[in-house]
Write a protein that binds this ligand. Structure first.
Ligand code: UGA
Length: 436
């Protein structure tokens, strides 16, 4: 690699790009990170992260001297040969991945610059080959991202595997990418580009399938008097199944699973193959978000005029990300039934407020729960487990809770006077004596 271009280049400083930039700096590399949004670059240059990700801001400040944030493509191209592309690929209306940001990055690259494009953005299989055809002088490596929001720094530093896909002629660039990840100790799998692209889509689709599967098992558990947590624990002990991603709840959300499952279904469809299983995975996920309404109606009758408190709004804890969060569908659904919805989230309230204009935002869990006819635990933030639920029961108009993540201890809640409903939990839900 050229002496002058020893820095790692990062294009797009969103979730993936920022974690990648900061973690490579932590590993001792010089990093040049480029984004088109000046305000973001200014804030990152001051050491302030633009997203909520545990541990990231500390690491950014610690390694500030190794990272150059810039809006200038020329600074990036002069200083780095390996360019990690981390721009987002949101869904289009039809569900295909929108590759316009990837395309505009590719259009900005000079012909014959000797750079290697390292694709971390999630793209449909075949994208790499088409970019490579358009820019034959460019080396192309697919290095899909497997970070989870909320644990992204730890995931980067301790990967299960790193996939490095390259086709004939690009082996040297692939070896340079693999070398960057070698100190982390995870298995490095070398493949061709199309297979690397498929590994990413197939992994997310499989995890989403596991979730929809366990959610359907939960729904059956409710009918037959079984407890889905015990069923999942028993299934997970089989090493062929594994225990992760078997937590039943009110559906998966976030910027990845909904988008990538649909994108894979569309990708298959565009080739003429109907991916039947994924159609069901998506449908089950949509229905699961709506089941909470039925659970509330079972106890409250009509929801018209009832005050319902949503605990947590982010698509999962330890993030302020609201993209495709189950809370959005749930809030709209409850309001559609005439309920008065009040919500609290310790971190995502600001982002959520922009999306949930007609929902009353409370400043604390207790404020949201005061005088509510029911509570719905939407996101499993730790602080909800630490609430004094006897005190909460006394403050609510009616101590009813739907635990959408099976996060709380039903026994304690029932002892505190609550009527408890989980997801797929066969629990004697009524308290011995009502607290109201
Ligand atoms: C997901 C993948 O887990 C990452 O490997 C991948 O890199 C990332 O997408 C991506 O493609 O960028 P993420 O969206 O951050 O990561 O979140 P997850 O922890 O996977 O959770 C996704 C959703 O599934 C959340 O709404 C969560 O509440 C739900 N979930 C997860 C369940 O309902 N049950 C489970 O057992 C696990």
């Amino acid at each position: 690699m050229s002496e002058q271009r020893e820095a790692v280049g990062v294009i797009g400083v969103g979730w993936v790009g920022l974690v990648t930039a900061v973690c490579f700096a932590e590993l001792g590399h010089r990093v040049i990170a480029r984004d088109i949004i000046p305000e973001k670059i200014e804030s990152l240059s001051r050491g302030e992260t633009t997203i909520h990700e545990p541990g990231l801001e500390e690491l950014l400040r610690k390694n500030a001297e190794r990272i150059t944030f810039t809006t200038e493509m020329s600074i990036l191209l002069d200083g780095a040969r390996l360019l990690f592309v981390c721009v987002d690929t949101p869904p289009t209306y039809s569900g295909d991945a929108d590759l316009s940001r990837v395309r505009s990055v590719v259009d900005d690259l000079p012909a014959g610059g000797g750079h290697a494009l390292v694709m971390k953005s999630t793209v449909p299989a075949g994208t790499g080959n088409s970019i490579r055809r358009d820019l034959p002088d460019l080396a192309y490596v697919s290095c899909p991202e497997f970070l989870k929001e909320g644990t992204a720094v730890a995931d980067f530093m301790h990967p299960d595997r790193v996939v490095v896909g390259a086709d004939a002629g690009d082996e040297e660039a692939a070896t340079a990418v693999a070398a960057l990840y070698e100190p982390l100790g995870g298995e490095i799998l070398r493949t061709d580009v199309a297979s690397a692209e498929m590994i990413k889509l197939a992994s997310n689709a499989f995890l989403a399938t596991k979730i929809s599967f366990i959610n359907e098992i939960a729904n059956v558990c409710e009918e037959v008097g079984a407890d889905v947590s015990e069923v999942a624990a028993g299934m997970g002990l089989d090493q062929r199944i594994g225990s992760s991603f078997l937590r039943a709840g009110i559906g998966y959300g976030g910027s990845c699973f909904p988008k990538d499952v649909t994108a894979l279904k569309m990708l298959a469809g565009n080739t003429g193959y109907h991916f039947q299983l994924l159609t069901a995975v998506i449908e089950v996920n949509e229905l699961q978000k709506r089941r909470v309404v039925g659970k509330l109606e079972k106890h409250l009758g009509s929801l018209l005029g009832k005050r319902v408190a949503l605990l947590g709004l982010a698509f999962k804890p330890d993030t302020d990300d609201m993209r495709e969060a189950s809370s959005l569908v749930l809030a709209a659904r409850l309001q559609g039934e005439g309920a008065e919805v009040v919500a609290y989230d310790p971190v995502a309230a600001e982002r959520a407020g922009e999306l949930l204009g007609s929902v009353e935002m409370a400043g604390s869990a207790l404020e949201a729960l005061a005088d509510a006819d029911a509570a719905v635990l939407v996101t499993e933030w730790r602080e909800f487990a630490e609430l004094d639920w006897s005190d909460v029961a006394a403050r609510m108009a009616r101590p009813l809770i739907v635990d959408g993540r099976n996060f709380l201890d039903p026994g304690s809640l029932i002892d505190a006077g609550f009527t408890y409903e989980g997801i797929g939990r066969s629990i004697q839900a009524e308290p011995l004596k009502s607290a109201s």
